[in-house]
Design a protein around this ligand. Structure first.
Ligand SMILES: *Cc1c(COP(=O)(O)O)cnc(C)c1O
Length: 401
């Protein structure tokens, strides 16, 4: 049986919610399950936010950026190491992305680098319309630093929290509550799923109203169809919302399970040359996916050796996201950083992390990796002489756990 990276994991509560939706014939993108799903997410996030359920996380980002006023000729500054759906909406709007590197201490956007570039851009009168940092693999960005920067420069902040529902930033503040708006995804591979869906979360009531308007084809109040602007068909189906509602009941236990999977990998694979994604103190990552880097000098093996060996045994593992500034689509786009993300991509691996994975399955993944590492272990004399060349390597992707 194949071991997957991250599969949908139903709780058993979803079918009853879907049956309720059918019984009342609310099978369109409107209905009590949709309202209840939005209310459940808002309550989970702490209550002081407005939630709009949408057909995908990408749709949520598209709407958030449009509401932020992003249009042709504008710049949007984004984390480079992210999924395409976290950048494409910039392109939908005719704007241009400017890419930023990660900090090796958190694997989220390097706020010092961002601060420096914002100050420079402010002086030169070319500030971006919005900033979109990504909560990577279940880890919240530094909301305090980013909100202070956005406020200082009068720039809109939209946080891509598609991978981090269930994470805690600091002092109980949840990921997904940041900036002018945050976006969530309920795609099938995320920590919980509505079979496909997304959400725009915002503290501005006016943004939520506008998102609802734009997501249902921008219909002006009139008995006929009247449009003063163009919209989209982006609302979530009430049926999908019913699934999401059932999943919200088990979100906390899913976080606990993913964290337990991470802890097990980390203790079983505690060896020189393997470094797991760090977790800044005071924060709680969801560990949506367990991610680590493999130092070839120290282990005698590479990310690709491990990934291909696992695949031969029907075990799905994946390289970390390829940074968007390295994608052909965005060749030549401006990029700021020291290449931390490039090294994470070169050496980083996501291990199977689904909350429905059994301990026996995880043991198999661990045993297969251990066998390969033991076989490839370089002799001690070689290990002693092989050192990372650059200081940034030592501090970042390669060395620190
Ligand atoms: C999944 C994801 C998205 C997009 O969500 P969809 O629901 O698949 O459109 C955006 N950004 C990041 C970082 C993601 O992981």
């Amino acid at each position: 049986m194949r071991i997957h990276l991250s599969r949908p994991h139903m709780s058993g509560h979803e079918e009853a919610r879907v049956a309720e939706a059918f019984a009342s014939n609310f099978v369109a993108p409107i209905g009590p399950q949709l309202d209840a799903f939005e209310a459940a997410v808002a309550a989970y996030l702490g209550g002081s936010v407005h939630c709009v359920a949408l057909s995908s996380g990408s749709a949520a980002l598209h709407l958030a950026l449009r509401i932020a006023g992003v249009g042709p000729g504008d710049e949007v500054w984004v984390s480079s190491m992210t999924f395409a759906g976290g950048v494409f909406p910039v392109t939908y709007l005719g704007a241009t992305p400017r890419f930023f590197d990660l900090s090796p201490d958190s694997w989220t956007i390097d706020t010092a680098c961002l601060a420096k570039e914002l100050a420079k851009a402010a002086k030169e009168g070319r500030l971006p319309k919005a900033i979109v940092p990504t909560d990577l693999y279940g880890q919240s960005v530094d909301l305090d630093a980013l909100e202070a920067l956005a406020r200082h420069h009068g720039v809109r902040l939209v946080v891509d929290s598609a991978e981090s529902l269930g994470a805690v930033f600091r002092n109980g503040r949840k990921a997904g509550t940041g900036g002018d708006a945050a976006i969530l995804s309920f795609n099938g591979n995320k920590i919980i799923t509505s079979s496909g869906g997304g959400m725009l979360v915002t503290r501005h009531e006016s943004w939520a109203e506008e998102a609802r308007f734009l997501a249902s084809q921008a219909r002006d109040p009139a008995p006929h169809y009247a449009h003063s602007t163009f919209g989209y068909n982006y609302r979530l189906s009430n049926i999908c919302a019913a699934i999401g509602l059932g999943q919200m009941e088990v979100l906390e236990s899913r976080v606990a399970r993913r964290r337990a999977i991470f802890a097990r990998y980390k203790s079983a694979l505690a060896r020189p040359g393997l470094a797991f994604m760090p977790e800044p103190s005071g924060q709680r990552a969801t560990r949506w996916l367990t991610t680590l880097t493999i130092d070839t000098g120290q282990t005698g093996t590479s990310r690709e050796d491990i990934r291909r060996m696992l695949l031969d045994h029907q075990i799905e593992a994946r390289p970390l996201w390829k940074p968007m500034h390295m994608q052909p689509l965005y060749a030549g786009a401006p990029y700021h950083g020291a290449g931390v993300d490039e090294r994470l991509f070169a050496h980083g691996l996501c291990l199977p992390s689904g909350s429905d994975m059994t301990e026996a399955q995880q043991d198999e993944v661990i045993a297969r990796i251990e066998t390969l590492l033991d076989a490839r272990r370089p002799p001690p004399i070689f290990r002693a002489f092989h050192r990372p060349k650059r200081a940034s390597d030592r501090a970042g992707a390669m060395g620190k756990v």
